[in-house]
Design a protein around this ligand. Sequence first.
Ligand code: SAH
Length: 247
Amino acid sequence: MTRRRWIADKWDDETATLTGSQAAHLARVLRAERGMKADVVAGGRLFHSTVDEVRQDDNGEMEVRFALLDEASAESALPITLVMAVYKFDRMEWAIEKATELGVAAIAPVIARRSEKHLAQSAAKRAERWRRIAREAAQQSRRSDVPEIHDPVVLKERMQLEMNAVRIVLAEQERATMLHETVQGAIQDHESTPAFEIAVGPEGGWAPEEAKMFEANGWKAVSLGSRILRAETAAIAALAVTASLLE
Ligand code: SAH
């Protein structure tokens, strides 16, 4: 039998229980018996489990109790790396937290021409804190994995990495190409879901020579609409749009 996912009606730390029609179906139709394996969602978390007991309660209703074995990885991360220009740390931290909630696989901080000097200099020391923020956000949103936070590098260095991903740079000057069209097109052009890199600029935006560098390295400039967004808003909006097309 393929492993179905059961959403528990009651649970504690070690067990989860199905009641009512779910239990009746599992017991009578699927002939559940002790030891049968199943995946069970208890309190929003997914567990590998085995059936521990099938019984009728005092009112003659079926009840199936599972022993929760180990937590299974729930949904895998979205195949998206957010390339984020270093800018005001408090806002970056907010973006890291929200990007994690939205399911980003990795965040790559980059030092852009318009990243403030003192922030660029202390970015490397911040990476540990960013990792902690990502870990806490991942737990809070019940992710089973924690997004990877890369060490910050200058943008040029990131551009030189070999990458097998659809490369998208958010650019407020872009008018013709919208993010969702580009993502949709990329999904249609690939047999299996491609990985995406999405770059968002610092408060001052990308410098003209950076825009050229992106273009020369195969990045497609896209718009999120005619309004200028703060970098953290642009990052979150871009992830939400992309996620909606991937899920
Ligand atoms: N300083 C610029 C705005 C920079 S906004 C100005 O005031 O004109 C910071 C970053 O957010 C940009 O580099 C871009 O990556 C992203 N961004 C903001 N609004 C956007 C939009 N409408 N479309 C695409 N990207 C946007």
